[in-house]
Every structure is written in structure tokens, then in C-alpha cells.
Design a protein around this ligand. Structure first.
Ligand code: ATP
Length: 918
């Protein structure tokens, strides 16, 4: 038999072949040996471009090539010093560009790693979450709905499993999976229903599989052309700036041409003027703008990671800042997902449960009295059903409870699995009903898994006497529909409409107290009925009881919701839970106020047409009992109203809504692989506050991009204008080619990058969201850029003319203009930190990088003016004290202006405050 035809073999044969064990999996040492033998579970990546090739790519820019050509000519003509200086400057610029790109790439690579897939396997007898790249043949994969397969495997155990294999077979309908049948060796890929393949996803059910192929040995690895090609798409802003850059190139070239022609017409040397024109073009064309934008985006993304938000798609950073609505799941995101059972209802009795968290310390009380579980049979049946219809495990000090750890007083209790289910195991333990003991007496033979749409799950257990019992638990309304009897302490009785009304009243009361309520039911089955276990068995059930659990809101969510309101962002709760529970929690969180906002259920949504929903969607802040399909409708309706929607999700069926949202947010802890893959951002801690922190970062990053665009463009306009006006006015050339290139180097590089990491303005979350269509130059930025550009140009020319005409020394005048141009920009960079506040309102020390960059640039500038060897290269001469006074006053007068503005800005504020104080 061919080794790769695993689908033609029985599970036992495959386990035997791979020398592995269904319950214990592989041992750590065996995994190590297999990793050495088979390598990591990775697909071969596209070869990376070597660093020196990427460095050389920095010189591919047309204008830089022209400059290098011209430099070569000047070297031939004997201008060695000039040629070498230009070469060094070009080289330094290239290094800067290379470092920027490298940093951006590193951050993106780090991001990819963070979002890299994981897999659940059984190793050393325990279920573990491991990085998918460490999977080896023989590993036992534990699969659940929403998992994306990272290796090929032969199924050995399945419960209602369906997989979506379109990536491999092109078939978009999910394929039903089975474990206990072999297929012919010539069965095509799509028919091998006992196999799961890397690149496909589980969309329903659960199961286990033994890994048979990893890495390039998988089916996906065999398909030629599927080799990963990592193309990073430019963000809309990057694309727009690239377009702008192209426009600016032509504008700059035209002006440079005018400078060259007028200079030559005035009798300057053609060669000198050409060099000046080319240098000016190199300096003025903001070719590095898109790269710096990428750096700013990537660095911002790094900051977001520290706040637990992992951005998967860079364009999301821009959109985040525009978010107007955050639609958030309730359980675990707005609440703590730390469930504690508080009340139980069985056979007409309402029991209270004491204790907190997953600690089993606590009691079940009836009328303040501790109960005797042997007498409260209905309660016992309810807890037994809840503990068995359950996939969570109770642990103490991280050790699974096996019957030894039974001291109720000890702490360190935790649960592994779904908190809702964990809470039930804990409640049962408080009544001395131990899940582990129950499972020793009966064995699970089938499961109809929980799904958000069904709002229930069922299991079938068989005991040693061959009795078969089906246990169901789920949302009370769903379970009650399936019940014909109810459990009394004396045994099952017919379910009357009075008792149903009573159950509903109790359920309403519990949900009104913000409790999440589940119903438990059971039925006995004949052996024949267990042959094909499916949903059709979920009928004629015996209602055992209601379990109400509390899940307190997250403290930090309250503060974040207030921040959202101040920032013009609406918070909407979307939950599968009961409407009353949802409203009670929403009220605590200040999302919902009776009479002011609306709450809709999934049923309400079904009865509304698209237009009707569009009409009211702005006023709805709570959606309860919704299924994932409803989420899609909600996103669409909000988008119709012009909202920019962030939507959270965890289950596999949330993926379409997450994709449709402007910002799809997946849960890092509880989210499935499929949801994560569809999302733009992953919350590592599942916390609502993290979304808000990410929105704030998104706004900050965008503002920082505006800051350095403002800085770079106004400086470049200043440089071009200096040369252009001088040529128009018939003045001598105010700056030499090397000086122009130098200005570009010391001002454009580090200070601009430092602006990219400026801390967020504290008022950033007190403004309304930005419109996504808004131009990066809106809100008066163009006026600010052009105005400051003109001012820098005129200031430089002013200093040049004053020194030149009063002292009649061209070298001195050029040095003074050279210094003025640099220092104008050094002062200006501080102005660019805020569009609303003056320099004096912002603390200088909050951006240490900027202080360091400006200090460094200042020292660099002083060196070319005072170190004799550099003076001769840059044709500079030392400035006198009065020259410096002129240079600094002209370059720094905006600082004075700012000071005045600051004083005047504060006065009216004080006056305005007076009446309120009275
Ligand atoms: P969110 O608020 O994050 O949407 P949710 O937990 O409220 O999450 P679902 O997980 O879809 O929403 O649950 C919907 C309903 O299904 C719950 O209100 C509960 O009645 C029921 N339910 C939840 N978990 C389970 C479970 N493990 N077994 C059976 N029923 C469950």
C-alpha cells in the first residue's frame, strides 16, 4: 500500500504506522526526533532579496541616477571634493532610506509572527496549544469548528464534522467528514472524507486526526504555484501619496528648469547651474514620503501590539481612526467571561448558589438552608446533565481533577474550556457532584455540538448497563420547545402550560438580574436510536432545570465606553444572550438607556426589511439573541447610514460579518482561526478597551503622518522657493549644489522620522472621527504647508540679501542663508507637532527622539560651518555674532509669534471660565 494513501487505511493502521497513541499522543522527545527528521511544518517561502540588492535599489530613483551621472562628470572635470561630497551625501541618504525600509519590514515581519497560526494537539497525554510550524507526523490534532488545518491528517474520531475545502478542491459547499470508513485508493481528493487537509477549515463539529503529512509533504505543499508569495499591499494613504509624489516631481522639475535657465541666462556656468538644478530636484522631490508613511504605520502598529491589538492588515490602521461605531460581542469582550452560577431553578424551587469565581468553595441553598442533594432529585438531575453535557475541565493549580483533589477549602481552582460550561461544573461540585466521577460510570458515545445558531448542545452517554441518555443544555427558549416533561423530585411529569409559564417567569426574573440563563434537559434513548445520532433526537425531552450565572462587566470597558462617546464613537452590543440579560449589562455599561435607545432581538431583525432596519439602526445599541447572519445585516445597515464600522467576532460563522465590516476584529483568546484570518485586527486579550486603545493609536498615527507631511512639504517648498525667487529676482545663487543636498540630508531624515513617533495629543479622543474620504491635506493643512514654505523661502532669501548687500561677501551670505534654511526647519519641526496647540502648550520632553534628532542635525550643521576641512568642501565661512543673531531671529521668529498666540489664546479662556464659576 502506498504510504501516502492514508484514506485507504483504518485509523488503527495509521496510528500504528506513525507509532502514536490516540489518548496520549507523542512524547516531547519523540516530537524532537521527528522535527529533526521531517523539519518544521512550513511551506517553502519565496527567496528573500539579499540586503545589498535592496540597498542598491535605493539608487534606482531617476533623479538620484541623474545626480550620480552629473557627479561623475564633475569628477572628470577635476571637481573631486564636490564629487566626493555629493557621493557621500547620496550614500548617507541611501543608508537612511534603507534603514527606514528595513525597520518597516522588520516590524511587518514581527507582526506576521504574532498572527501566526497555532494548533491544538495531544502530547504527553495533555491537550496543548502549539505553534502550527511545530506539528510533526504522528501528532494527534484536536479539531473544533473554526479551526484552520495546518497539516494533513487522517481522522480518527469525529462528531458532526464538516470541513470547507474550497482552497484545495474548489468545492465551496462544506464536506461532511467521517472517521470509520476507508476509501478506495483511487478516490479523488474531494471524496476522501476521512481526511483533513492543510489550508482547509473545520466549519462544524469536532474531532481528532492523526497528522500524516506536514510542510511541503502536504497536499497544499505539492501544488505548484501555491508557494507563498508575500505581497504587501500599499495602504490607501500610501497610494495617494505616491500619486502626489509623482505630481510633485513634475512641478519640481519645471521649477528647477526655470532656475537653471535663468541662471545660465545671467551668465552663471552651465555646469554649475545644471548641478544646482539637479541637486534642487533631488532635495525637493519628496521621494521618501511613502516609505516614511510605511515606517510611521509600522511603528504605530508596534505600539498597538504593546496594547494587545494585533493589526493584520496595514490599511486598517488608517481606517481605525475613522471608526464611528464599534459593534462588540458581550461575553468576554464587554464582560469578564468569568461566570459564576448564582441561581438554579428545579422542580418549582429556586436555589441560591454562594461562592465566587471557579473556586468550588460555596454552597447551594434553599430558603437560606444548605440542601441535601440526595433529596433534591430534580436539582441533582439538572446538575448531572449540566456537568456531562459539557466540554470544559475543572482544574486545581493547573492539575486536572481526577478525584483526589477534593478539599473544598483550597484555592487555585480554574477551568479549561468554555467559562459558561466551567461554571456549571463548579456549581455541581458545590453539591458534591463531580464531573470526573460521573464520567467514570458512563461513557460519551456521541455529541451534537454547540453552535451559536442552535443555541444548544447535546451529548449521548451510555452506562455499564447499556442505558443510553441524551443530555441537552442551551438557551431556555430553545430547550423548552423540545421538552414534553419536566423533572420533579419524584420523577418526570408532563409539562403543563402553567409550569411553562412558571419557567418563563423565573427565567425573565433571572435575566432581568443580568444573569445568563441556560436550561438543562434529558431523555432516555433506545440503543437503536443511538445508531445515527443527530438533531432529530433532540425532542420529547425532560426539562430538568434552569441555571443562572453572573458575568460581571469589565471595569475598563465602562471607562472606554465614555472615551468612545467623547470621541464621537457609538458603542453597540451584539450578543447571543437573552434580551433582558443584554439590556441589564448594557445599562450597567451606559450603552443603553430606557426610552432613549432601542434593543432588538434576532427575531425583531427577521421581521424588519432592509429599509426598515436602515431607518432605525442609528438608534439601536443592543442586539440580543442574534445569530452570526444577523451581524452581517447590522453591519450593512450601519454602513448604509455612512458609518465606519468595527465589528468583533469569534465563531466561524462570524467571518462574513467581520469581512464586511470596515474593521473586522477577531478575538485572540476565544476566536477561531477562520475568524482571525478574515479579520483586520486581533485582540490578544479579547478586551473591548483594547479596541478603543487601537482606535486612539489609529488616530494618533494618522495625525503623525499629517505632521511629517506638513513638515517635509513646507521645508521642500521653502528650499525650492529660495532658489526660484533668487533666480527670478536676478540675485546670485543663494545656495551651492552641495549645500542644497546637505540641507535635505540634515532636515528631512531624522527629524521627520521623529515626528512619525510623536506621542498622541491628549485631546485626540475628544474630537469627532475623521471622514474616511477626507484628504490628508484637509483641515487647512495645505494653507499651513504653503504659508510656512513661503515664509521659509522668504526668510532665507532675506538673510541672504541682507548679508550679501550689506557685507558684500557672497560666501558669507551663502553660509548665512545655508544656516537660516536649516534652522528655520529646526524651529518649524516643533510647530508641526500640533495643529491646534502652540509649542508652549506641548511639553518638549514628551518626544525625546525629536529633541535628539534636532540636536544631532544642529551639530551636523555646525560641523560643516566650523570644521575647517568641511568648510572648504561646503564653501562655508564662520559667522560673526551679529550674523548669528540675524540668522536665529529670522529663523526663530515663529517661536516668538507662537509665544504671543499662546498668551492671547489663554486669556479668552480665562474670561470664558468666569461666569461659570459664579
Ligand atoms: P456574545 O455575547 O459574545 O455574542 P454569547 O455567549 O452571548 O456571546 P453565544 O455563544 O452565541 O452568545 O450563546 C448564545 C446562547 O447560547 C447563550 O445565551 C446561551 O443560552 C447558549 N449557550 C452559550 N454557551 C453554551 C454552551 N456551551 N452550551 C449550551 N448552550 C450555550
Amino acid at each position: 500500500m502506498d504510504r501516502e494513501k492514508w484514506y485507504a487505511r483504518t485509523p488503527e493502521e495509521v496510528l500504528e504506522f506513525w507509532q502514536t497513541n490516540f489518548t496520549d499522543g507523542l512524547s516531547s522527545s519523540e516530537v524532537k526526533t521527528r522535527l529533526d527528521k521531517f523539519g518544521f511544518n512550513e511551506l517553502a517561502e519565496k527567496e528573500k532579496t539579499v540586503w545589498w540588492k535592496r540597498f542598491l535599489a535605493q539608487f534606482q530613483d531617476f533623479m538620484v541616477l541623474v545626480l550620480l551621472g552629473a557627479t561623475l562628470i564633475s569628477a572628470f572635470l577635476g571637481e573631486y571634493a564636490d564629487a566626493i561630497t555629493i557621493l557621500i551625501i547620496v550614500l548617507m541618504n541611501a543608508i537612511l532610506g534603507f534603514v527606514q525600509e528595513y525597520r518597516a519590514e522588520q516590524s511587518l515581519a514581527a507582526l506576521k509572527k504574532l498572527a501566526s497560526p497555532t494548533a491544538r494537539v495531544v502530547r504527553n497525554g495533555m491537550v496543548q496549544q502549539i505553534p502550527a510550524r511545530e506539528l510533526v507526523p504522528g501528532d494527534i490534532l484536536v479539531l473544533e469548528s473554526g479551526d484552520k488545518l495546518a497539516a494533513d491528517g487522517r481522522l480518527i474520531d469525529v462528531f458532526n464534522m464538516e470541513a470547507e475545502e474550497a482552497a484545495l478542491t474548489g468545492e465551496s459547499l462544506p464536506v461532511r467528514k467521517i472517521a470509520d470508513r476507508n476509501f478506495n485508493e483511487d478516490a479523488p481528493l474531494g471524496d476522501r472524507r476521512n481526511m483533513v487537509y492543510a489550508g482547509t477549515s473545520i466549519v462544524r463539529g469536532r474531532g481528532r486526526a492523526v497528522v500524516c503529512a506536514s510542510g511541503m509533504a502536504t497536499e497544499v505543499g505539492h501544488i505548484a504555484g501555491m508557494i507563498q508569495a508575500s505581497t504587501e499591499e500599499a495602504t490607501p494613504l500610501e497610494k495617494r501619496l505616491e500619486h502626489l509624489g509623482k505630481l510633485l516631481v513634475w512641478g519640481c522639475l519645471a521649477i528647477c528648469l526655470v532656475v537653471v535657465i535663468t541662471g545660465v541666462a545671467k551668465g552663471e556656468s552651465v555646469f554649475l547651474m545644471c548641478m544646482a538644478g539637479i541637486s534642487l530636484a533631488v532635495a525637493a522631490i519628496p521621494e521618501g514620503l511613502p516609505a516614511i508613511v510605511t515606517v510611521a504605520l509600522a511603528l504605530g502598529v508596534q505600539r498597538m501590539i504593546k496594547q494587545q491589538a494585533i493589526v493584520r492588515k496595514l490599511p486598517a490602521v488608517e481606517t481605525l481612526g475613522c471608526t464611528t461605531v464599534i459593534c462588540s460581542d458581550k461575553t468576554g469582550t464587554l464582560t469578564q467571561n468569568a461566570m459564576t452560577v448564582r441561581q438554579i431553578f428545579a422542580d418549582g424551587n429556586s436555589y441560591d448558589v454562594s461562592g465566587a469565581g471557579y473556586d468550588i468553595k460555596g454552597n447551594i441553598l434553599l430558603n437560606q438552608q444548605e440542601i441535601d442533594i440526595t433529596k433534591d432529585k430534580a436539582l441533582e438531575q439538572c446538575l448531572v446533565g449540566g456537568a456531562l453535557c459539557n466540554n470544559s475541565v475543572l482544574k486545581q493549580n493547573n492539575v486536572t481533577i481526577t478525584g483526589v483533589w477534593r478539599k473544598k477549602t483550597e484555592n487555585g481552582w480554574s477551568i479549561e474550556g468554555d467559562p459558561t460550561e466551567g461554571a456549571i461544573i463548579v456549581a455541581a461540585a458545590k453539591a458534591s457532584i463531580w464531573q470526573v466521577d460521573l464520567e467514570k460510570k458512563q461513557k460519551r458515545i456521541a455529541e451534537i455540538p454547540f453552535e451559536s445558531e442552535r443555541r444548544r448542545m447535546s451529548v449521548i452517554y451510555r452506562d455499564s448497563n447499556n442505558n443510553n441518555i441524551l443530555y441537552s443544555k442551551g438557551a431556555p427558549d430553545t430547550i423548552l420547545e423540545l421538552c414534553r416533561y419536566y423533572q420533579t423530585n419524584a420523577g418526570p411529569a408532563s409539562l403543563t402550560s402553567e409550569y411553562i409559564a412558571k419557567i418563563n417567569t423565573i427565567s425573565e426574573r433571572m435575566t432581568g438580574q443580568a444573569l445568563r440563563v441556560l436550561a438543562v434537559a434529558y431523555r432516555r434513548l433506545t440503543p437503536a436510536q443511538t445508531q445515527n445520532p443527530d438533531e432529530s433526537l433532540e425532542k420529547d425531552l425532560v426539562f430538568a432545570g434552569l441555571i443562572g450565572m453572573i458575568d460581571p462587566p469589565r471595569e475598563e470597558a465602562k471607562a472606554s465606553i465614555i472615551r468612545c462617546r467623547e470621541a464621537g464613537i457609538k458603542t453597540v452590543m451584539i450578543t447571543g444572550d437573552h434580551k433582558n440579560t443584554a439590556i441589564a449589562i448594557a445599562q450597567e455599561l451606559n450603552i443603553f438607556k430606557e426610552g432613549q435607545q432601542k434593543a432588538l432581538t434576532g427575531k425583531d431583525l427577521d421581521s424588519l426589511s432592509e429599509a426598515e432596519l436602515d431607518a432605525i439602526v442609528n438608534n439601536v445599541t443592543v442586539y440580543a439573541r442574534v445569530s452570526p447572519a444577523h451581524k452581517l445585516r447590522i453591519v450593512r445597515a450601519l454602513k448604509h447610514q455612512g458609518h465606519i464600522v468595527a465589528m468583533t467576532g469569534d465563531g466561524v460563522n462570524d467571518a462574513p460579518a467581520i469581512k464586511e465590516a470596515d474593521i473586522g476584529v477577531a478575538m485572540g483568546l476565544t476566536g477561531t482561526d477562520v475568524t482571525k484570518e478574515a479579520s483586520a485586527m486581533i485582540l490578544a486579550d479579547d478586551n473591548f478597551a483594547t479596541i478603543v486603545a487601537a482606535v486612539e493609536e489609529g488616530r494618533g498615527i494618522y495625525e503623525n503622518i499629517r505632521k511629517f507631511i506638513r513638515y517635509l512639504l513646507s521645508c521642500n517648498i521653502g528650499e525650492v522657493l529660495t532658489m526660484f525667487l533668487a533666480s527670478l529676482l536676478g540675485m546670485p545663487m543663494p545656495l551651492l549644489p552641495v549645500q542644497i543636498l546637505w540641507v535635505n540630508l540634515v532636515t528631512d531624515g531624522l527629524p521627520a522620522m521623529a515626528l512619525g513617533v510623536d506621542p498622541n495629543d491628549p485631546s485626540i479622543m475628544r474630537r469627532p472621527p475623521r471622514h474616511p474620504g477626507e484628504s490628508v491635506f484637509s483641515r487647512g493643512l495645505t494653507r499651513k504647508i504653503v504659508g510656512r514654505g513661503i515664509q521659509i523661502g522668504i526668510s532665507t532669501l532675506l538673510v541672504f540679501s541682507v548679508v550679501y548687500y550689506f557685507q558684500n561677501d557672497l560666501a558669507l551670505a551663502r553660509t548665512a542663508a545655508f544656516a537660516t534654511l536649516v534652522y528655520c526647519q529646526m524651529f518649524h519641526v516643533f510647530d508641526c507637532r500640533s495643529e491646534t496647540n502652540t509649542i508652549f502648550e506641548l511639553k518638549f520632553s514628551t518626544n525625546k527622539y525629536l529633541l535628539a534628532a534636532v540636536t544631532f542635525s544642529t551639530i551636523m550643521q555646525l560641523s560643516v560651518m566650523y570644521i575647517p576641512f568641511l568648510c572648504s568642501i561646503f564653501s562655508t565661512v564662520p559667522l560673526s555674532l551679529s550674523d548669528w543673531l540675524l540668522v536665529l531671529t529670522v529663523s526663530g521668529w515663529t517661536l516668538l509669534l507662537n509665544g504671543f498666540k499662546h498668551i492671547f489664546k489663554r486669556r479668552p479662556a480665562r474670561r470664558a471660565a468666569l461666569p461659570q464659576n459664579r
